[in-house]
Design a protein around this ligand. Sequence first.
Ligand SMILES: [Zn+2]
Length: 167
Amino acid sequence: MDFSVRVIRSPRRKKTVEAKLRGRELFVYIPASATKGEEEQWVKLFVRKFEKKLGMGRDDRYLRRKFEAFNRRYFDGRLEVEKIEFSKRMTSRFGGCNPKRRTIRLSERLKHMPEWVLDYVLIHEMAHLLYPNHSKAFWKKVYEYKYAERARGFLICKSMEEDEVEE
Ligand SMILES: [Zn+2]
């Protein structure tokens, strides 16, 4: 999904700016007095905001890039994964891991959640490649990620259950 941007300058606007997506066009409303630099900043801000809202940029390749980065940072680059992907069917659980087949699946709902929540889930599933359980050692590894506790609380509020580790 993609959208184009149209900037509307209005003399009646004093300070407020806002943006609305209509079809594939993002309308950014700004005061007529705004400078070119301000316009650019607002457009950038709203584009980022709407991309996030629409879950854009978060695809399987994005997961793979994050996997590589977290692998280096938390696992000394020891992990190997065959397949890592978002799953449409996964709606009540936030993720799943099959340590034997080395596959990781993340709920598509995570595309629309804050990045630190998605990161937590990914690290959680990655840790299962080492620990195919929810043992103490597993949690110790997961809690190296500083937002782990916060993200777990967030997911509970969204009624997302813990994942499934397949045998
Ligand atoms: Zn788990």
